[in-house]
Design a protein around this ligand. Sequence first.
Ligand SMILES: [Zn+2]
Length: 454
Amino acid sequence: MFLLGRVTYLLLRLARKKGTSLPGLLMWRWRKTLLSEWLNQLEQLIVVTGTNGKTTTTALLYSMLHDQDQPWITNQGGANLVQGLMAALSRHANWRGVLRVRKAVFEIDEATFPLIMERVRPTLMVVTNIFRDQLDRYGEIDHALSMIQKGIALHEASQLLINADDPLTAFLGRNRSLTYAFSMDKEAIASMTMVDSSEVRDGSFCLVCGHELHYDGFIYSQIGYYRCLHCDFTHPDAEFIGSPRQDASLVVGELSGLPGEPSTLHVDLTGMYNAYNLLCAYSAARIVGASPRRIQEGLRRFVSPTGRMQTFVGKQQSEITLALIKNPTGANGVLRAVVEDVQTYAICLTINDQDADGRDVSWLWDVDFESFVTRSNIRRYYCAGERALDMALRLYYAGVREEAMVIVEDLTTLPAVLFTLGQKTYVLSTYTALHRLAEWFERESEKRGNDLDE
Ligand SMILES: [Zn+2]
């Protein structure tokens, strides 16, 4: 059965498919205890869960920890369900089922979290944030919260890392020992606060007493500097404090007492939400013993995972940046990064409605396109995908003029259209179109790059 998974994986690789889940699924059916057997062999395990930023945080953390001398296992590319873990582990197991690498950092879907937590002894559990995800997939916010809470409760003796700026995540660490927190600098939060924003703030109620939280500044959604005026629930003190700078770097201050001098981090990722991912990964790496110097070296090797702000360059200054969007909070974060990039000429929103995207596209109405349209100087809006018309309608209500909108009926024409603009474009896409777009953009940018050389 070990062989079966490996053979399938190799076959899929040969077939050049994105085979991250199928081999794992086959093995899962063959023997359910196999996962536990493998997981039990791990000597160090970091699990990363939460609504947004799991994939980027895990990828960052992996690049900070993994090298030839001290290899780590990870489930790259967002394969964060049981099958994804099986596939990742199978690559490092010999034919007897013995793991050759005994350290792992795994991204775990919040709905699968308790199930996996029953089978492991994590060294460190990391919760990035908790937001409202696709409604038709996991239901309301309290469901995600209760799943994560359930998983954490199984491991009182493990370390926990929480986002102090998110009251929902912070609640998980309340009165718990072995808990670390990361936070953005209070001044930085205050300077970024936008009072006119109409974003959804589902999580801004006190989980202890139910009253609305008071904010001294917030960044997006319920993320900010908060306190309850009716009980003792408040923004916890953090051991790791980030101060974002204009040049997209992040200065980290530490009150952790861990050895090593804190430092300034540079990474090729834009947007405030990526600053959070970076701070989160840094904190986790420090907790498991990495020195700031080792973290810096790891960051230099970091490659952005598909769709988390991946950039493709073509000829005549054409540049396309691709980003995944899947829920209002994530989309607002990406839109904010687009606004910050003043060179942006066009934006393309590709919305599909297959199972993996979420069948219900009503979440588009919770995205703050109004403030985006007012604050950006985008000249052209492309709408593509199966729900291009829903997208166009949403933009129309947000104040985009009809003349500024283009409906792309055939998705395959999109790379050619965008690469001939000779401008900087952001493409925001839901899940099912993402990998196809990344492949096309890559091919097109190579082609056009070659043209340039001739
Ligand atoms: Zn309260």
